[in-house]
Design a protein around this ligand. Sequence first.
Ligand SMILES: [Zn+2]
Ligand SMILES: [Zn+2]
Length: 64
Amino acid sequence: MITKAKFCHHCGENVSESNDSFCKPCGASLMTLETGIQCHMCQEIIQDTDLYCNHCGHFTSFDA
Ligand SMILES: [Zn+2]
Ligand SMILES: [Zn+2]
């Protein structure tokens, strides 16, 4: 399942009002596969390579 992110997973930019498939500031793809780990903040599925949750913008850390 592929969804469009509300927040850039790479730089955390709010892209909820953007119709583009790419983040304007950093160029990262905003289309994301829903296969990965759960965000600790909003419990949505994010990818384990993401720096920021693309649902709530929470900065994710994987050194737990
Ligand atoms: Zn970005
Ligand atoms: Zn989240």
